[in-house]
Structures are given as structure tokens and as C-alpha cells.
Design a protein around this ligand. Structure first.
Ligand code: GPK
Length: 839
């Protein structure tokens, strides 16, 4: 059921009426909420006033949706994720509400610019990269598809750090996103829960003579939920993002105060508030920090208690919990939910182990996001036992029962028992969270076809053999609302003028663009959109970075976390090679190119930081060299985040997806680029495989080894030095870096990077080098044929239907959650004119 009234008023009088109301709303919010007169208001005051006014327009739908969560018929998805990289809210909410035009006119009539207001928002960067952004795209699609859902996570006070580039190096700055005030969240102090830590367990006999166990925590903290409404696109359903913030149980402990331990009381408070202080910025690298373990447990315990409360609000007991909730574990970060729910069922609600296990294993499903061994979470047994003694007992019991099953299934096979055990006993003992998640849920999924196949054949092969139906694929997707409508309005308008706007909610409809490749007028408009998008970014960065960027050049873009497996340095080797060829041959027939990079390195990841330094060093030399800088430029965009992504994907011609085959689980940037009419140069890795399948091989620039070849090379022995010695171009490029050409003669600076490429590179950069350079040559040739390029670009966008997160969510609903849309009806409730009586 789509919304008809209240927002999309077509008639002119209604429009001007609404605009009048909006303007009055702004003034009210400035006065009553911000406490300023308009003439004294800051941009932040205006941003907040506009946002509160827009938020008011969401309230009826929001509160109606909350009511409908409490209906017995509607199953709810609980999406547990340590990260939600939502990006700015205001713009997205305006689009999903259908209020963008009206609000922008109202703002304009107040003498302001909506763009300025929108850009003022500090984005909530509560995620590292792909995994957190995926969670945000999924919340958008869940609401848009009218699936009741609650996203549960952590309200980090400091999200992803802000990146500055100083002298070519990354510098990290704290992200104080809450400082200006967050108009989108509601603090729900009434729904506070308590979470224990440490202590010990003890056995006791209850009043009925039953032997029971209880956990006596050494300390408690409070979890306070903050709710952010998540709008669907032009529907009445509003879902909930519920983020937990930690506080000390008593903000001021008078007992401690009276006995003179004022410091102690304050210390306790500070310790508690540390829990949700900061997001760990290590992407795909497990670091085993105790505080991180407790962060995970904290938000998981809060969330499970919350779901139990909601359930018991409607039902007498938890027997049918799995009919009401499908709980998705976004990676293993929330996997401690398995023993936590067991604890709640057994210790608190007095279920037997067997009944509890039945409920638990019908509740959870687990998404795996990576094959990188260093990313897999393994908590030292000793640490887990210290922080969560009761949970360790439960994990042991789960494991012991599970291994009994394994022994029955594979009699005499001690090796399989060792491999599948939750406890890794090969050295120091660890709890393998992926095993816990696989055993404790009813479904496991990978995030792209290739990734799922590799899970089946390698990482989770024992589990797949034991439970052949449990492991399935759900290919990732991204929301076309944020990644097309919001970020590329020019393209969205062009597409809608050609095929109507049905594509926004059914991306397969983009197929209707295919015939347009033969329409020269349409193609020209398409090129114009790309050109205008490029000009925007040129205007933005040209003055700040010296050289004028040329909007006629090819924009060749790699934006993503800096990681060796993503191989930004392969891109750099090609740039250096191109630079040398241009220096040697001024008549070289290649189109002008701007190579654009963006991405953050984990603060402790030295090699990734060195790669950033190398990008900036090459940029410095290349951009200031008049021999080449009309045809080759390099730009590192600092602080790549969702907001900058809005500008970057729409202006790209070429999307770099060049990870070593078998390393990138899916990738989602690849989808955003393609939707916005960029062509991909990529390996057969992650979702690239499926993108190429969809757009057809002739519209995709493929290079490099496939997974089998990578594996064979690994087995045969990868020998980068021979490749180096036999390839003159490669040798010259590496030598130029090694001899200090980009480091003012310093031969030491980039040595660690060169050494890794030449002597111990698990990502086999040199093995794919020549294939990459050859493919880039072809890219250049095709780009010079503008008509051909444009056709390929249109076909890429036209064939992106599969990569809408709407399709992904529909797959989860059908294959895993067994849940159907539950449209919310908009019953407008009038607020009582003459006050109300408390019931
Ligand atoms: C995977 F394991 C992880 C992680 O810790 N962080 C993260 O961003 C990414 N990911 C994968 O690297 C991508 O290939 C994938 O598209 C994304 O998760 C979403 O599934």
C-alpha cells in the first residue's frame, strides 16, 4: 500500500500551503528548539531546524509502524550488526518522503540553499566500509519492501576517524559526529536494560527443587537505546535503527561518595562509558582486544533482551520466538548472541537445554563476509572466560553436544572433530566465532556466488558436508535510492524521462534503457550528464590541489578501504608505467586520464599507510610535470566516506575492481559505479563475476588470473622475482619507485612495499601486472571511441537490476527469514486539541 496523501501533494495550492507550513515549521524550530531568532541563527541552527521539521513529517508513519511491530501476525527481522554506515539522513529522508522539492523551495524562500543545509550534516560514520554500508542499504530496502525490521547496533560516540592527508601521509582525527546535535535519534530511557560482565557462576536449587546455574556478574552497565527512524521509499513503513549506548548503572554513587571514594565512583562511570566510546577502525583484521569483545557482548545482550521483551509483550512465553523474530548475524561480530540467548532461556526463563537449543537454532542466521583468515574472529578462551564466564560454560556445552553428533556422523575420524570444534586447540586455546555462528543458527550465507562456492569448498567445507542445505548464497546489493536518485539526480532525471520512474523500486526496469543505445539524442544526453558530474568534482578539487582537472579526461577511480588484497598498488604500477611511456614518447596515443583514489587505512596497518603515501607522492611528481600533466593526473581524495561517495560514483568512467581472485567476498562499490554508468576493469572476483555475467563479457574489461589459476600458482610456487626480471616495463616502474624518483631521492621510504612485491606477496600483484596493463591499453582505445563507450556504459546501467539491495532483501526473505511484506496503513491520529487524560 503506497502512501497517497500528506506528502506528495500535486495541486499547486496544496504545494504552496505545504511550503508555507514548512517555513513556519523552520521558524518554530529555530525559536523553540534552538532558542535563536532567525537573524542570529548559525548554519547548524538552520540545519537542525530543517531536520526537526522534516522529522515531524515522519512521526505519524513512525509511530504507526511501531504499533504494527506489536501485531502478532507480523514477523520481524532483527538485524544485528556492529556497524551501520548510514550516511547523511536529511537528504535521504527528503527523497524517501517525496519532500525534496517542497523543502528545497521552502528553504530557498527563506533565503537559504538546500544543498548547503544538506552538506552541513555530519554523517554518522558508524562503520568501516563495505560491511557497515551493506547493513545500511539493507535497512533501506527492508523498509521500502515493507518488511518489519529492527537494526540493532552500537551508538559509538566516535565513529570512523576522519582522515587528513599531511605531507602525503594519512593522519587520523576523532570523528565528533554527535557534537553538532543529532536531530534524527530519540533517546528511549524507559527501555534501558542491564548488562553484566565478569564475576563467576554458581549452582543453586530453586524453589521447585531444580538444579540451576546463575551468573553472578562482577559488575553491571546500563544499555540505553537511541532510536532512529528508517524510512522506506514512498511507503508508510518506517523501520527502526536501535543503537545502544553504555552508561554506568548509577551516575553518581552516593555510597562511594560517602565513604570518600569519589574517584572510584567517577572511575566506574568512566569505565562504563568507554564501552561504546569508539568504533574499532580495523577492517577485516581481527585484533583480539578485550574491550571489543565486551562491545560485542554489550550490544548483543541489550538487543536480545529487547527482543525478548517485545515478544513477551505479545505472547505468554518464548516458545514461539522464532515465529516472531528472524535474527540475522551480520558477520561473527554478534555471534555471542548464540550463548547469550541460551543463557536467557535457561538461566532466566528456565527452559531446558533441549527446548532452549531448539528455539535458538530456529532463530539465528549468519552471514559470512570474508575469506581472509586474518579477519576470522577467535577469542582466547581465557579472555572469554574472564569477561563472560557463564557464556564460556554454555559454549563448552554446545561444543560437547555438537562434537558428539560429529563423532556419530564420522566414526573414528578424529581429525574432523579437531577441525570442526568451536575450540581451536592447536596452540593457545581459542573460541572460533564462525563455528559458533554456523552451529547456533539455521542458515549460513555467503555474499556472492563465487564467495559462497569458496565457503562450501574451503572455509566451511566440513559444515557444508554435515549440513548440505544450510549454506546458501545471497548476492549483495545496494540501494538505488541513495546511490542513484540521491547522488546522481541528473542521471535519475534522464532515466525517468526515458522510461518513467518505476525503476526506482524495481531496478530490473532499467532494462528498458537498452534500446536507447541506438538513440543518438539519448546518448548525447547521457554523455552530458557524465560531463556535468565530472565538472562538479573538478570545480571542487581543482583549486585545492593545484592543477586544473580536465573534465574531458577519463576518470579512472578506485575508492575503497586501502588493503593489500584490493591491490591499489597494482593500479599504481600501471600509472608509473604510463608515466614512463608518456615521458619517453610524447606522441603516445592514449586518452587523457585522471586516476582518482580514496580510502582509509587502518591506523595500525603500516603497509596500507605506505600505499597512501605512495599515491600522494606519485601525484605530486606527475601533476607538476608539464611533460605529462595534460594527459595524466593523479588525485587522492581525503576522507572517503558516504558523503564523498555521493559525488564520486556518478562522475566515474572507469571502476577499478582489481583484487586478487578469491579475496574480495563480494564488493559493493563495483555495483554503485556500474549503476552510474562506469565501466569496470576487474578480476573474476566477488560480485564482479556476476556483474560481468549480467552486462555481458563484451561490456566488461576482464583481466588477471581466476581463482583456479591463483591456486595453481600458489601450489606451484609464486616467484615474483622472475616476473620482475622478465618484464622490462614492470622492472622500470618498480625501479623508478625504488630509486627514489617519487620520494625526493629517498630509496628507503618505499622499500617495504617494493620488498613485499618482490619477495613475499600473498596477493600476487606482479603475476597479474601484464594482463592488467594490456587490459588498460584496451580500455584507453575503447574510451577514444566515444559512441562505443557510451553504449557500453548505458548497457552497464541498464543491466544492474540484480544488484539492487531490494533483490538481496527479497532473497533473504524467501530463502532465509521466511517473511512476507507487512504494509503499514496510515491511520492519521489527530493529536488531542484539549490535552489528554493519562489512561
Ligand atoms: C568483510 F569481513 C569483512 C569485514 O570485516 N569488513 C568488510 O567490509 C566486506 N567486509 C567485504 O570485504 C566485501 O567484499 C563485501 O562486499 C562487504 O563486506 C559486504 O558483504
Amino acid at each position: 500500500m503506497t502512501r497517497t496523501n500528506t506528502t506528495d501533494c500535486s495541486s499547486h495550492t496544496n504545494d504552496s500551503n505545504n511550503i508555507k507550513k514548512l517555513k513556519r515549521g523552520f521558524a518554530y524550530k529555530l525559536f523553540y528548539q534552538q532558542g535563536v531568532w532567525p537573524q542570529n541563527a548559525s548554519l547548524n541552527d538552520y540545519y537542525l531546524a530543517v531536520s526537526y521539521t522534516v522529522r515531524d513529517r515522519m512521526q505519524q508513519m513512525f509511530l504507526n509502524s511501531i504499533l504494527s511491530l506489536q501485531k502478532k501476525e507480523s514477523k520481524i527481522v532483527g538485524y544485528l550488526s556492529a556497524e551501520f554506515l548510514m550516511g547523511p539522513h536529511l537528504h535521504n529522508n527528503l527523497i524517501n518522503l517525496g519532500l525534496y522539492d517542497q523543502v528545497s523551495r521552502a528553504v530557498e524562500e527563506c533565503g537559504l540553499d538546500i544543498k548547503q543545509i544538506i552538506d552541513h550534516e555530519e554523517e554518522p560514520g558508524l562503520g568501516n566500509g563495505g560491511l557497515g554500508r551493506l547493513a545500511a542499504c539493507y535497512l533501506d530496502s527492508l523498509a521500502s519492501l515493507q518488511i518489519p525490521a529492527i537494526g540493532y547496533g552500537i551508538r559509538y560516540e566516535f565513529g570512523m576517524f576522519d582522515q587528513e592527508i599531511k605531507n602525503g601521509w594519512q593522519k587520523e582525527l576523532g570523528d565528533r559526529w554527535l557534537q553538532p546535535g543529532n536531530p534524527w535519534e530519540f533517546k528511549k530511557a524507559d527501555l534501558t536494560v542491564e548488562v553484566g560482565a565478569r564475576g563467576h557462576t554458581e549452582q543453586y536449587t530453586d524453589d521447585h527443587g531444580n538444579q540451576r546455574v546463575r551468573w553472578v556478574p562482577g559488575g553491571m552497565v546500563k544499555g540505553i537505546p537511541y532510536d532512529t527512524p528508517v524510512l522506506g521509499y514512498r511507503v508508510n513503513n518506517v523501520n527502526l535503527l536501535r543503537l545502544w549506548s553504555a552508561e554506568a548503572p548509577k551516575s553518581f554513587d552516593f555510597d562511594d561518595f560517602n565513604v570518600g571514594d569519589y574517584q572510584g565512583a567517577v572511575h566506574e562511570k568512566i569505565m562504563a562509558e568507554t564501552i561504546t566510546k569508539v568504533l574499532y577502525p580495523n577492517d577485516e583484521h581481527f585484533r583480539g582486544k578485550e574491550l571489543r569483545l565486551f562491545q560485542q557482548y554489550f550490544f548483543v545482550s541489550c538487543s536480545m533482551q529487547d527482543m525478548v521483551r517485545i515478544h513477551l509483550f505479545m505472547f505468554p512465553n518464548l516458545d514461539n520466538f522464532p515465529d516472531k523474530f528472524a535474527v540475522q548475524l551480520n558477520d561473527t561480530h554478534p555471534a555471542i548472541a548464540v550463548p547469550e540467548f541460551m543463557r536467557l532461556l535457561i538461566d532466566v526463563h528456565h527452559y531446558s537445554w533441549e527446548r532452549a537449543w531448539d528455539i535458538v537454532t530456529h532463530t539465528f542466521a549468519y552471514t559470512n563476509h570474508t575469506l581472509l583468515p586474518e579477519a576470522l574472529e577467535k577469542w582466547p578462551v581465557a579472555m572469554l572466560g574472564r569477561v563472560l564466564p557463564r557464556h564460556l560454560e554454555i559454549i563448552y556445552e554446545i561444543n560437547s553436544r555438537f562434537l558428539d553428533l560429529v563423532r556419530i556422523k564420522y566414526p573414528g575420524d578424529v581429525d574432523v572433530v579437531r577441525r570442526m570444534s568451536i575450540i581451536d586447540e592447536s596452540g593457545e586455546r581459542y573460541v572460533r566465532m564462525a563455528h559458533l555462528a554456523c552451529i547456533g543458527g539455521y542458515a549460513i550465507n555467503g555474499v556472492a556466488e563465487l564467495h559462497t562456492r569458496l565457503l562450501k569448498n574451503h572455509t566451511l567445507t566440513d559444515f557444508h558436508r554435515l549440513w548440505p542445505d544450510k549454506l546458501t548464497n545471497v548476492t549483495n546489493g545496494v540501494t538505488p535510492r541513495r546511490w542513484m536518485v540521491l547522488s546522481n539526480p541528473r542521471l535519475a532525471r534522464l532515466i525517468s524521462s526515458a522510461i518513467g520512474d518505476g525503476w526506482i523500486t524495481n531496478l530490473y526496469k532499467l532494462r528498458e534503457l537498452e534500446p536507447m543505445v541506438d538513440d543518438p539524442v539519448f546518448c548525447e544526453k547521457w554523455q552530458q550528464v557524465k560531463f556535468d558530474n565530472k565538472q562538479d568534482i573538478c570545480a571542487m578539487f581543482s583549486c585545492a590541489y593545484g592543477p586544473m582537472f580536465n573534465p574531458y579526461a577519463m576518470f579512472d577511480v578506485q575508492v575503497k578501504r586501502i588493503h593489500e588484497y584490493k591491490r591499489q598498488h597494482l593500479n599504481l604500477l600501471h600509472i608509473v608505467n604510463l608515466y614512463q611511456r608518456l615521458k619517453n614518447n610524447p606522441n603516445l596515443d592514449v586518452p587523457p586520464r585522471i586516476f582518482i583514489f580514496g580510502g582509509k587505512a587502518a591506523p595500525g596497518y603500516t603497509m596500507a599507510k605506505l600505499i597512501i603515501k605512495l599515491i600522494n607522492s606519485i601525484a605530486e611528481v606527475v601533476n607538476s610535470d608539464p611533460d605529462v600533466n595534460t594527459r595524466l593526473q593523479v588525485l587522492f581524495i581525503p576522507n572517503f566516506n558516504v558523503q564523498i561517495g555521493h559525488m564520486v560514483y556518478p562522475m566515474a568512467d572507469l571502476s577499478e575492481q582489481i583484487s586478487l581472485a578469491g579475496k574480495e567476498a563480494s564488493g559493493t562499490g563495483n555495483m554503485k559505479f556500474s549503476m552510474n554508468g562506469a565501466l569496470t576493469i576487474g578480476t573474476l572476483d566477488g560480485a564482479n563475476v556476476e556483474i560481468r555475467e549480467e552486462v555481458a563479457p563484451e561490456n566488461f574489461f576482464l583481466f588477471g588470473m581466476d581463482v583456479n589459476e591463483v591456486q595453481e600458482l600458489g601450489t606451484a610456487g609464486y616467484d615474483p622475482q622472475t616476473i620482475y626480471n622478465q618484464n622490462e616495463g614492470l622492472k622500470a616502474a618498480i625501479n623508478l619507485i625504488a630509486t627514489g624518483h617519487f620520494s625526493h631521492g629517498d630509496r628507503e621510504l618505499f622499500r617495504p612495499l617494493i620488498d613485499s612485491l618482490l619477495y613475499h606477496d600473498p596477493y600476487m600483484v606482479l603475476a597479474d601486472y601484464q594482463s592488467y596493463v594490456d587490459c588498460q591499453q584496451k580500455v584507453g582505445e575503447v574510451f577514444q571511441d566515444t559512441r562505443r563507450w557510451t553504449k557500453m556504459a548505458i548497457l552497464n546501467a541498464a543491466r544492474m537490476g540484480k544488484f539492487s539491495s531490494d533483490r538481496s532483501i527479497a532473497d533473504y526473505c524467501r530463502k532465509i527469514w521466511k517473511i512476507k511484506p507487512f504494509p503499514v496503513e496510515l491511520k492519521l491520529q489527530q493529536l488531542p486539541e484539549n490535552g489528554f487524560k493519562f489512561p
